[in-house]
Design a protein around this ligand. Structure first.
Ligand code: GDP
Ligand code: MG
Length: 163
């Protein structure tokens, strides 16, 4: 059985873009507007020879951007509780938001190992956000660009110990 990785994070950080890149098909809808991913999606991911099941969570996206009410919690918590590893994605261009901090608090209290991915990290505009994300207390962020495919080797290195 393949190990399972759940991508979690607030709306619009690039979760579905990463999902599509790793699955190699556009199974998840990518959009500028938060809230386009309605269903939880699963696919078989391939990353430089690592094979795993990837889950694109969308539970945060049906909710008000500044709160984490019940529905989101249930969907995302279920995904994280059933995974071998959580990929927590932030938007390095936007910087850390209160919702990122709330998700981080929840992940720190959970048993699943977490790899922190600082997405949209192509170019200098992301440097401050990458540094800021250390403050989430989830270890060293992996600067990444889901859209441009940068950081794949570093992501591979980070996942390897857990899968
Ligand atoms: P989700 O809501 O977290 O699933 O985010 P999406 O995958 O739908 O992406 C939200 C927006 O961010 C889309 O406009 C994407 O094209 C854009 N995006 C995703 N990855 C990157 C990236 O690496 N760099 C930049 N600049 N934009 C990205
Ligand atoms: Mg999405």
């Amino acid at each position: 059985m393949l190990p399972t990785v759940a991508i979690v994070g607030r709306p619009n950080v690039g979760k579905s873009t990463l999902f599509n890149r790793l699955v190699g098909k556009k199974l998840a809808l990518v959009d500028d507007q938060p809230g386009v991913t309605r269903d939880r999606r699963e696919g078989e991911a391939h990353l430089l020879g690592l094979d795993f099941i990837i889950v694109d969570t969308a539970g945060y996206e049906d909710e008000d951007a500044n709160s984490l009410p019940g529905r989101m919690r249930m969907q995302t918590e279920a995904a994280v509780e059933n995974c071998d590893l959580a990929l927590f994605m932030i938007d390095a261009r936007a910087g850390i938001t209160p919702l990122d901090e709330e998700i981080a608090r929840w992940l720190r209290a959970n048993d699943a190992p977490v790899v922190l991915v600082a997405n949209k990290a192509e170019g200098k505009a992301a440097d401050d956000g990458v540094m800021e994300s250390f403050s989430l207390g989830l270890g060293e962020p992996i600067p990444f660009s889901a859209e441009h495919g940068q950081g794949m080797a570093d992501l591979f290195q980070a996942l390897l110990p857990y899968l």
